[in-house]
Ligand binder design. Sequence first.
Ligand SMILES: [Zn+2]
Ligand SMILES: [Zn+2]
Length: 375
Amino acid sequence: MPTQTSATFEIDSKLPETMRAAVYRGVNQIHLETVPVPKIGPGELLVKIATCGVCGTDLKKISMGSHSAPRIFGHEMGGLVVETGAGVTKFSVGDRVMVYHHVPCGKCYYCRKHVPAQCVTYKRTGTTAGFEPSGGGFSHYIRVMDWIVENGGVVRIPDCVPYEQASFIEPVNTVVKGIRMLNLEPDETVLVIGQGPIGIMHASLASRTGARVFTSDLFAERHAIAATYGLNNPIHAGQEDVVQRMMAETEGRGADTVILCVGGNALIKSAIDSARPGGKVMLFAQTQHGEAPFDPGAVCVLEKSLIGSYSSSFEFTDEVTGLVFDGYRNGFDLTRLISHRFSLEQAVEAIDVASHPKPDSMKIMIEPVPGAGSL
Ligand SMILES: [Zn+2]
Ligand SMILES: [Zn+2]
């Protein structure tokens, strides 16, 4: 458990008019700017940000220019309710909360077919620190819109759980959703490629199903962190051939399931090659459009399934919340995945470190009030 800091993180006696925020101004351009504190309307909340994780999807949007500028990104956040709009009954000023930046409608065709990430309502972002709503967590305050508040997008954090542990609820949800789609069985062998925070979460949850889990990564430092989550079958990808090792471990068949947790297309072939005939390959980190080479015979003749999973599902909210809030007892203390905590003024550096992973960089957090994440 992180040690308590002396940071002061409280309800403001008087809200400031302006705040600092990391504003996206175009491809690879993040500027620290002074912007107005958002105003809230009926049914809405104003949340003071304690901490916000930098997510791979933020980095992709910033480096690829896939979204118009200006925007304020950041969506893995925990904070304090400092103002409630007219008619809000479920939450009060002073509540510690984690906020999802989008929620599905629960009724449309996609929601009924259990692919909520394709729901039109879900694609609307409902939290903002100003400009086009885009999360807003890389700032001091966010406005949480009424449909998020109303439809389960705000989760109360118990006093004993630090904001930064709670900020993992959204990424953990995406991982639980992916693991559920794979229907893992205890006699199976799983390979998780990539041991960044998302890869470690996947491997840890896969091993809880009873499956035998192998993890591959180039960096020994990451394997060392993975080992603290009970992941004791590391494959040092820089030193040994991952496909050959998986064959050797499975009487020449290949893994029953392979989960790819490294972005880009470079490892898709290895992932497919590592899977046994009839096995499954999940592209998890590959969250962008484009074209990639793959062997259609591996899918048709060898009957390997290529599966994708994107974003979170509200079907698993209670399970995910329980898992994260109970993390210190159930071995799922996610704060061990945090390698860097930057202040908001250092947001450019934070995003740069997150964009260029090094052996010792894992989850990067931005804390508008330094130290508040561990409260
Ligand atoms: Zn995320
Ligand atoms: Zn829907």
